[in-house]
Write a protein that binds this ligand. Structure first.
Ligand SMILES: Cc1cc2nc3c(=O)[nH]c(=O)nc-3n(C[C@H](O)[C@H](O)[C@H](O)COP(=O)(O)O)c2cc1C
Length: 239
């Protein structure tokens, strides 16, 4: 266990040192409509438990957690200041958010950003420490964003960054909140190398009546250049 912990710290330190310079905006999303915080930021600021959601008629949802959309970042933060801060259509996101948007663009899915009420520190090391504490204490962070029309979706692409050999605890808050029985959950993740580990099993345990599938695992430093890989994978699985 100690060895794994050392390896993890090394992986994360490497990520910090190799902060991506390729964090430019990606293509404009034409297909995917957004049910994220984008259009509702005002409501979220005044009422952090406001339901968000926009019914576009799609039966596919991409739900994801990403550090860049959950951090208390200073105004006008430089996307290349951290290996985990990226942009998509000039909006701040993270590695998982970039992959999520690639999936959304290719599949015409609705988008949902899983966000916590309490933001994570803008200091990445602080987030690493907080993530460890939350895992050790098995906390369920309160979520700021909610899906009103979950029954509309048959397929949910569920994305997360690996945090301390697990999913961020906010993913468990998400799984606690919704009954996803009967739905197909296709998981994807980004990480410094750990990949899914037992995230699929954990998700299946939380949603026993759902079909949970292990999908795509992408390395943190490959996220921004993964579009071809993502679209090829989606084609392969019929999306
Ligand atoms: C709290 C925390 C814990 C992490 N733990 C791991 C880990 O156990 N294994 C790993 O390979 N990467 C780990 N990472 C690196 C992230 O998984 C990786 O940078 C990911 O691409 C971040 O995605 P995001 O930008 O969407 O948040 C960790 C990062 C953070 C912030």
């Amino acid at each position: 266990m100690k060895k794994r912990k050392i390896l993890c710290v090394l992986a994360m330190t490497t990520l910090l040192l190799t902060a991506c310079g390729n964090a430019e905006s990606q293509e404009t999303s034409t297909q995917a409509e957004s049910v994220t915080m984008e259009d509702t930021s005002e409501e979220v600021e005044t009422d952090t438990t406001e339901t968000v959601g926009e019914n576009t008629g799609s039966n596919i949802l991409v739900a994801y957690f990403s550090y860049g959309e959950n951090a208390d970042l200073p105004e006008g933060v430089d996307a290349s200041s951290s290996a985990s801060i990226q942009t998509w259509n000039n909006e701040i996101t993270g590695n998982t958010g970039v992959i999520a948007h690639m999936i959304g663009d290719a599949s015409g899915a609705d988008m949902f950003s899983i966000q916590t009420v309490a933001k994570y520190p803008s200091d990445y090391n602080g987030t690493i420490n907080q993530g460890e504490e939350e895992k050790d204490e098995n906390v369920r962070p309160e979520l700021a964003s909610h899906i009103e029309n979950i029954e509309q979706y048959d397929t949910i692409f569920l994305g997360f960054p690996t945090w301390w050999y697990d999913m961020p605890m906010a993913m468990y808050s998400f799984l606690d909140e919704y009954d996803l029985s009967g739905k197909t959950i296709i998981m994807f993740c980004t990480s410094g190398g750990s990949g899914f580990l037992d995230a699929v099993e954990q998700t299946q345990a939380a949603e026993p009546e759902a079909t949970v599938i292990e999908g795509l695992s992408i390395g943190a430093s490959s996220a921004t250049g993964a579009e071809e890989q993502v679209t090829a994978w989606l084609q392969e699985i019929g999306y």
